[in-house]
Structure formats: C-alpha cells, structure tokens
Design a protein around this ligand. Structure first.
Ligand SMILES: Cc1cc2nc3c(=O)[nH]c(=O)nc-3n(C[C@H](O)[C@H](O)[C@H](O)COP(=O)(O)O)c2cc1C
Length: 210
C-alpha cells in the first residue's frame, strides 16, 4: 500500500470480527517495531504478545476486571476490544537508558531525567507502537492503541510476570476490523488544522500559504 494511504487510513479500530490474524503478520509488525528510532539507540522497549484466546482473556480479566461487580460490567468498548485476537503490550524500560547514557560516548554523572528533554523510554516505545499500527493498516488489519488503567498495572505484572523495571506504556489490539460499536473522540472533535499547530520561523508565524 502507498505510504501516504497507510497514514491517512490509519484510525483506531475498536471492534473486531474475531477472525484470527496470521502469525506471520504479527511477526512483521513486531519486526517493524524494532525499526523505530530510539534515543542513543537504547532500544529500551519490550513487547508482550498475547495471541492465544486464553491469554487474551487473562489480559482482560487482569486489566478490565470483567465480571468484577456491576461497575465493571462489560461495556460496548470492551465488547468490541475483547474480540481482538492479538494484543501486543508495549513496555518501556527506563533502566536501558540509564545504562546507555552512562556509557563512555554519552557518560555524565547527572540524573538521566536532567539529561533528556523528555522520558525517551516512553516516547521510543510509542514510536514502535505506531509502526505496529501502520503495519496493521498495510496488512489490511485494524488496530487500537489503548492504555492500561494505572490501578491495574500491578495485576497485569502479576498475571504475566512482567518485571518491575518494565512499564506498560500501552497495548496494541490487532485484528480484522468490524463496524464500530463506540465512537472514538475523533467523531466528536475536529482534527486541529495545520495553521493552529505549525509555527513557522517564530511562535505565531503562519503556516505556508497563509
Ligand atoms: C497515548 C494514547 C492513549 C490512548 N488511549 C486510548 C484508550 O485507552 N482507549 C481508546 O479507545 N483509545 C485510546 N487512544 C486512541 C485515541 O483516542 C485516538 O488515537 C484519537 O481519538 C484519534 O483517533 P484516530 O487514532 O482514530 O485517528 C489512545 C491514543 C494514544 C496515542
């Protein structure tokens, strides 16, 4: 598929047919994720792949507390998302950056937070997740990146043995797209125009052609 088409067609898909996804496609998406850039080439990311129905259900039980009282009853979002046959939990590892930035070509003694303009471990993992989403579109699949509720992160760690130095930045659900059950924010909020977000030459400088 043309790259510009992949970019334009990408949107979060929150309902799936349940039809299985070819393992080779998941492998391609993961291989693409590893092509993401990372600060200092630290590559402080990891991906917990759940592509077996029982594992996917364990994920939802741990994180969405399915059947855990009326307030946790399955909702429309969950109904669609639970049909995704594959979940890729994207985890960032700050320790990899601390170690990398202490090496001779980078080494200084200041705290890593004082050296980096932003928490690059999360950013790099997000870039990798985007490559998974774009690969899904290229393969004719749908994907949705979503966050694990903070109060459920320990349960996720416990269920799948995720080490303490790996933080689940988000999850990419993958599958064959089905019609929406819920409207994403994009349905109720306009995409911000270029002129609002681009400041050319100086803050407040107008976009090209304006
Ligand atoms: C960091 C991040 C967290 C998100 N968390 C969720 C989420 O928890 N649940 C969800 O349904 N969508 C989530 N989204 C998807 C956004 O709602 C979506 O990207 C946005 O509305 C724009 O729509 P589009 O991606 O379809 O263009 C998340 C997106 C990002 C980048």
């Amino acid at each position: 598929m043309e790259f510009a088409t992949v970019v334009r067609q990408r949107r979060m898909v929150r309902n799936f047919t349940g039809e299985p996804v070819e393992p080779a496609v998941v492998d391609r998406a993961l291989a693409h994720a590893l092509r993401a850039p990372s600060a200092g080439f630290s590559q402080g990311w990891a991906f917990l792949v759940l592509d077996d129905r029982a594992d996917v259900e364990r994920f939802w039980r741990a994180t969405a507390a399915v059947g855990d009282g009326p307030e946790r009853a399955p909702n429309r979002w969950l109904e669609g998302m639970r049909r995704a046959p594959v979940l890729v939990v994207a985890l960032s590892c700050k320790a990899a950056y601390v170690e990398r930035y202490a090496q001779p070509d980078k080494g200084r003694t200041t705290r890593i937070e004082d050296r980096l303009a932003a928490p690059y471990w999360h950013i790099d993992t997000g870039m990798a997740a985007l490559l998974i989403l774009l690969t899904a579109v290229d393969e004719g699949l749908g994907g949705c990146f979503f966050g694990v509720p903070p109060e459920r992160i320990d349960a996720l760690r416990g269920e799948f043995g995720v080490p303490a130095d790996h933080h689940p930045v988000g999850v990419v659900a993958l599958g064959h797209p089905a019609p929406d059950l819920v409207r994403g924010s994009v349905a109720s909020r306009p995409r911000r125009p270029l002129a609002d977000v681009v400041h050319r030459g100086h803050w407040g400088g107008r976009g090209r052609g304006s």
